[in-house]
Design a protein around this ligand. Structure first.
Ligand code: ADP
Ligand code: MG
Length: 223
């Protein structure tokens, strides 16, 4: 379970989002969200993410990793194309719901962006119905996402940004094979972002085939 920390403990960095190549509407939306400055991991990862680089990023829980990859996902969306352009894979349903909530907020400046969660432990048929109506971004857990891909109800051929969130936990939970199959269902020219709370060589080794010439960003920041 994620450890929630009060926001004032998570954010002490001073770099401004306005130093990034983001649209005025996106910057205004971040202000509305109360995000005045970037956290450490955001300041280190976002310049690379917005350049389109693949990235392995490590920062402790509560450090603002969701907005880091979330801004990457949102920034590459074409709102006019109702196809799955962003895919975020999470280890648990609870985390997937949290990520989807944050993505919906981050995407507000783009207009009507559809973010769909696809997790196990809940009926698949309503998810299939929702997929028929289309989504710009899908967030889910590995097993259920793969079920939809195998049934032909989830098409990942237009994915531009693939995020592996809490990659350390996904490995611990034995999701490697499922994640690997999902990665293979995405196009080769996608951007891949891997985020984790801990850093270990086995994560880097295991994820090697998923990433192309990745940058690595680590922070041991205590805030
Ligand atoms: P992590 O995924 O690293 O555990 P989260 O992405 O869940 O952390 O973020 C933790 C909290 O910090 C959330 O409540 C989020 O809204 C808040 N947060 C993230 N970035 C900022 C920011 N730049 N300014 C203020 N609050 C932020
Ligand atoms: Mg997180």
């Amino acid at each position: 379970m994620r450890i929630l920390e009060p926001p004032h403990r998570t954010v002490t960095a001073s770099a401004s989002f306005s130093s990034l190549p983001l649209s005025p509407a996106t910057l205004e939306n971040l202000e509305l969200m109360g995000y005045q400055s970037m956290t450490d991991i955001q300041a280190r990862s976002l310049p690379l993410i917005l350049q389109g680089r693949d990235l392995i990023a490590q920062a402790k829980t509560g450090s603002g990793k969701t907005a880091a990859f979330g801004l990457g996902v949102v920034n590459r969306l074409d709102p006019a194309k109702l196809q799955v352009q962003g895919l975020v894979i999470c280890p648990t349903r609870e985390l997937a719901e949290q990520v989807a909530t944050e993505l919906r907020k981050l995407a507000r400046s783009l207009g009507n962006i559809k973010v769909l969660t696809l997790c196990g432990g809940t009926a698949a048929r309503p998810q299939t119905e929702s997929l028929r109506f289309g989504a710009h971004v899908v967030v889910g857990t590995p097993g259920r996402l793969l079920d939809h891909v195998n049934r032909g109800t989830l098409d990942l051929s237009e994915v531009r940004t693939l995020v592996l969130d809490e990659a350390d936990r996904m490995l611990d939970m034995g999701f490697y094979e499922d994640v690997s199959r999902l990665v293979s269902a995405c196009p080769g020219n996608r951007q891949t972002l891997l985020f984790s709370a801990t850093y270990a060589d086995d994560i880097r080794r295991a994820s090697g085939p998923f990433l192309l010439d990745p940058e690595e960003v680590r922070t041991e920041s205590l805030h």
